[in-house]
Design a protein around this ligand. Sequence first.
Ligand code: CUA
Length: 307
Amino acid sequence: MQSALDPAGGDAQRIYWLTVIMTVGGILIFLLVTGLLLYAIFAAPERRAWLGDRRTIIVGGLAFPIVVLSMLLPYGLTVMRDTDVPTPGALPIEMVGEQYWWRVRYPADQERAEFSTANELVVPVGRPISVSVTSADVIHSFWIPNFGGKIDMIPGRINRLNFTAERPGIYRGVCAEFCGDQHARMAFDLIALEPAEFEAWRVDQAKPALEPDLPSLVRGRELFRMGGCGSCHVVRGTEADGQFGPDLTHVGSRRTIGAGQFPNNIGTLAGWIANVQHIKPGARMPSYGSLTGEDLRALAGYLESLK
Ligand code: CUA
């Protein structure tokens, strides 16, 4: 679900009301002015004479705009002031925009080691979150309509979005700045979990990858190694330590693949590996079209098993 008209936390509520008040106010004033204009044109001359009065001009042309604007301006400025205020003790998360996916990093704290994931921003409900965003290549824009405004992701600069998720759910985020061929296929999920679920998720994600327990999965891991996948992807607990692409340690636990493009299952993973340049031309990963069907299934099965 992705909608700026259904605020679920953070600044989205304030921005929503600003939008509603400005839009409804604008429509009412437009109707009033249009009504007066039609009246001035079509009413009988003797009935519309008052429109030319000095008093009408002063009240309608001077007093009314001054009063309305001096109410709206402080309101708008107040919303601006209260927007994106950092909360001390917020949970820090880092996101990096890449062509065309999202690197998500959870820094270490006293109890837990750091880990990275991709295309999924998982947060606990009710706790302030501070997402630091930047970019690895070109300018992207980080936008979760249900949680507030767009934040530019600029190489060499860190911007922040502060929010608190008010209710559990899955919300769609998108890249809101043209960043290349596949800009339109650069989405992610914000998943708001109950605090206990979030802690469990975090503990799982920090663990190394599961050991394959079926011959076909062992074969899949071998294909992953032989194919050189590990020069771009990390699978923690194996020798794969490439930093270029998404961390795949727990790729099987994610809802989607390809930055929000497909549901995550063996079929879509296999299709992705074999045809990525057909599905998402310009993505940094080459297509591995020469794998046999059986090898492709084993490789995709291995990735799917990395829960
Ligand atoms: Cu990244 Cu548009």
